[in-house]
Design a protein around this ligand. Structure first.
Ligand SMILES: Cc1cc2nc3c(=O)[nH]c(=O)nc-3n(C[C@H](O)[C@H](O)[C@H](O)COP(=O)(O)O)c2cc1C
Length: 342
């Protein structure tokens, strides 16, 4: 609940927008009728009407039920993917309904969520078992389970789970039993980490790079609120820690699908992500305010994204998503400075 409230108030996004450094090249004679553009894409074996996933946000407290229901209704109507927030609260039997509510809607791609820190023993908590993971998958009818990597957050969080040893082995182990994707939570994935992960049979990587929601910032506000000056200062220093989302995406040389997220606010940025090699774009914060209001508002927000994506496809002369993946672009600004150095 803290995360929702803090993110809804704003001030958790770094100033510099890396996605806007990607400039798709305009084709003045596209020879395509907008209505004939095929925006559909197959992502993780599921057909989406356009390549977008609303990534993990919430679950586990009563107010989360409405938020997840609003997102699920909109995603079902628009035919795109959706992830729930960390299912830890369901596994620990605090609240299940705020997750399972999404089963009421026909969402074409449902992504479950657990944290990598919960896959190993922490100071006061035991690692989740495979049975618990299976329960979480069944609770929402997940097509894939996302394991989130959030050690930036844990490092700043006053009550953070900071034991990281064994997480990779745990991911390798569960990837043999369940369909797993691995996602960051706003700090990006390096080529080195992607290479390790690509070898263990996971289905996709979501880079969730820096430039959007900063969990260092979120936890900074929480720490300050609790009077924890030390953690608050650590959070402030690490506000824009991480690999910018487009840089992370460009740098990954992997043969598994890559989902691009972290700071995506519009369909033009989503189009850039596809041109840079992503199979799909995603975002969380962009729908948060709408999701607190109504399914209709979420639908409107995501319809804008879809229509911006359509315009970008038309103006780059891309009849379908495969052609958009080959669209020409240039890279400017700080993103260009980063590129080629990882
Ligand atoms: C309020 C809020 C709660 C989140 N909770 C989770 C979570 O439980 N699990 C997770 O994997 N990611 C979580 N995220 C991270 C998002 O899925 C996403 O990776 C990150 O916010 C970057 O995307 P954005 O810049 O579009 O927000 C959360 C994001 C927000 C805004």
């Amino acid at each position: 609940m803290d995360h929702i409230n803090i993110c809804a108030k704003g001030e958790v996004i770094p100033e510099y927008c890396y996605w806007d450094d990607i400039k798709l090249i305009h084709e003045a004679l596209p020879e395509i009728d907008a209505d004939d553009i095929d925006m559909s894409a197959t992502v993780l074996g599921k057909k989406l009407n356009f390549p977008f996933i609303v990534t993990a946000i919430t679950g586990g407290f009563p107010g989360a039920k409405k938020i997840n229901a609003n997102i699920a209704e909109a995603c079902a109507e628009l035919g795109i993917g959706m992830g729930v927030g960390s299912q830890r609260a369901a596994i620990e039997k605090i609240d299940k309904n705020s997750y399972s509510v999404i089963k009421k809607y026909d969402v074409p791609l449902i992504v479950g969520n657990i944290g990598a820190p919960q896959l190993v023993d922490q100071k006061k908590k035991k690692a989740f078992t495979d049975e618990m993971i299976n329960e979480a998958i069944e609770l929402i009818g997940a097509d894939v389970m996302a394991v989130h990597l959030n050690f930036l957050q844990e490092a700043v969080q006053p009550e953070g789970d900071t034991n990281a040893v064994g997480c990779f082995d745990a991911i390798r182990r569960i990837a043999r039993k369940f369909p797993i994707i691995v996602k960051e939570t706003g700090a990006g994935i390096s080529p080195r980490t992607a290479k390790k992960l690509s070898a263990v049979g996971i289905k996709a990587i979501d880079v969730a790079g820096m430039g959007g929601t900063s969990f260092a910032a979120v936890e900074m506000y929480r720490a300050m609120e609790k009077g924890d000056v030390v953690k608050g200062c650590v959070g402030n220093t690490f506000f824009d820690w991480g690999i910018p989302a487009p840089v992370s995406l460009i740098s990954l040389k992997t043969n598994i699908p890559v989902i691009a997220s972290g700071g995506i606010w519009n369909g033009l940025q989503a189009a850039s992500a596809i041109a840079l090699g992503a199979c799909c774009a995603g975002g969380a914060n962009l729908v948060l305010e709408a999701a607190m209001e109504s399914a209709e508002k979420v639908k409107q927000r995501l319809t804008i994204v879809r229509e911006e994506l359509r315009a970008a496809m038309m103006l780059t002369g891309s009849k379908n998503v495969a052609e958009l993946a080959n669209a020409q672009y240039v890279i400017l600004g700080r993103t260009k400075e980063w590129t080629g150095q990882l």
